[in-house]
Design a protein around this ligand. Structure first.
Ligand code: HEC
Ligand code: HEC
Length: 333
């Protein structure tokens, strides 16, 4: 009897220690697993994050984990779509294995981390945001059409057909990325973070100085970019010249370029620790977009000219500003 009690007592002590250890282990792994940390994905382990954004960081959108992709036919299509967005050039570039319809850039050159980076042109709002009315085309646009717009402009290419598996796959991936965003809501950190206007024109000469300081190491002296050793895609994509986005692309507008680079470049920069000043971002945008880009027939764009954004640099306009001012600003009245 006494012996049984001792055994029981020993057993319960052991059990107590075991439970204690398990709980401690769970807490430690949660801690190091990042559960209590900021959930903002940052490419750098930057310690410069300011306390304000740190405190708010739990409210930022978080992309689903790749492990949530179903292991079935639909999942395979999503995975193929992701592959196309990460390595577009290998399939659809000048030497692409499926068909050569685009300029050799990858979607993820701009839609960073495959369209999952906070304020890195992510796709958080694509699943819930389409079809939508677009003033640029003056039509309703669905996700398929929006992808083709980027192919024709940002990839200076030729559109995919509705029935192409590649288009279906990219759309499946885009919808999957935003699947957890409730309808009618706009998650924090979506798309791009807007940069404030300068009260002077953006200056290409100052932009060249900023370029040499912050960009030249990767993008090159003539922005010729640099190829991956496999010769199939860009390690550092070009910013101007014949292999880059055309004059109809979003980045050809100074406000979009400045917003993108301020919060994402030099590569690895996150929105809560920007490196460029606002002036550098606008000026470098002016420099890059004053250099040659492929042209595009834009005569059907913005059919209602009163809806043209202030930094669309091609007339006619409803105001009396020159094309020069609509390109470089100042955009403040
Ligand atoms: C040169 C840069 C660049 C490349 C390359 C690029 N895009 Fe885009 N994309 C943009 C910009 C800029 C926008 C507009 C964002 C805005 O206006 O806020 C955009 C918008 C989009 C949108 C709409 C996002 C939204 O929230 O409504 C989709 C979808 C999209 N792109 C898909 C693609 C796909 C797919 C590819 C590759 C085939 C691609 N893009 C390649 C720059 C690029
Ligand atoms: C450390 C290297 C590095 C530096 C420095 C850098 N970039 Fe980039 N940049 C990249 C890489 C890499 C990509 C493509 C990202 C990807 O595919 O994941 C990129 C993409 C871009 C893009 C979108 C794709 C394109 O070709 O249009 C723009 C615009 C851009 N960078 C502008 C700049 C500007 C302006 C600067 C200087 C303020 C700069 N970058 C500094 C590495 C760099």
């Amino acid at each position: 009897m006494k012996e049984t009690r001792t055994v029981l007592k020993r057993f319960s002590t052991l059990l107590g220690i075991f439970c204690g250890l398990t709980i401690a282990l769970i807490l430690v792994s949660l801690y190091f697993g990042g559960y209590f940390h900021s959930s903002v994905p940052a490419l750098t382990n930057s310690s410069q994050t300011d306390s304000h954004s740190q405190a708010d960081s739990n409210n930022y959108w978080q992309p689903p984990s790749l492990s949530e992709i179903p292991k079935d036919e639909e999942g395979d299509l999503i995975l193929y779509g992701r592959e196309l967005i990460m390595h577009t050039s290998a399939y659809l570039g000048p030497k692409g294995s499926v068909k050569p319809i685009s300029n050799g850039m990858n979607c993820r050159n701009c839609h960073l981390d495959g369209g999952t980076k906070i304020f890195g042109l992510n796709y958080a709002a694509v699943a819930t945001g389409y079809p939508q009315w677009r003033e640029r085309s003056g039509t309703m646009v669905d996700v398929e059409e929006r992808v083709n717009e980027c192919i024709e402009r940002s990839l200076n290419g030729t559109r995919l057909n509705e029935n192409d598996k590649e288009l279906k796959a990219m759309v499946a991936y885009l919808k999957w990325v935003g699947k957890d965003v409730p309808k009618g809501t706009v998650p924090l950190g979506v798309g791009m973070k807007k940069i404030a206007f300068l009260d002077r024109p953006a200056d290409p000469n100052l932009g060249k100085i900023a370029y040499d300081k912050h960009c030249i190491v990767c993008h090159g002296a003539n922005s010729e970019g640099e190829m991956e050793p496999n010769g199939q895609e860009w390690l550092y994509p070009p910013l101007f010249g014949e292999h880059t986005y055309n004059m109809g692309a979003g980045l050809y507008r100074l406000s979009k370029f400045a917003s993108f680079v301020k919060y994402n470049m030099p590569f690895g920069t996150s929105f809560n620790a920007p490196i460029l000043t606002d002036e550098e971002a606008w000026d470098v945008a002016a420099y890059v977009n004053s250099m040659p880009h492929p042209s595009k027939d834009l005569s059907n764009d913005w059919p209602d000219i009163s809806k043209k954004p202030v930094d669309h640099p091609f007339g006619p306009f409803i105001d009396d500003w020159s094309e020069e001012r609509h390109k470089y600003g100042p955009f403040t009245k």
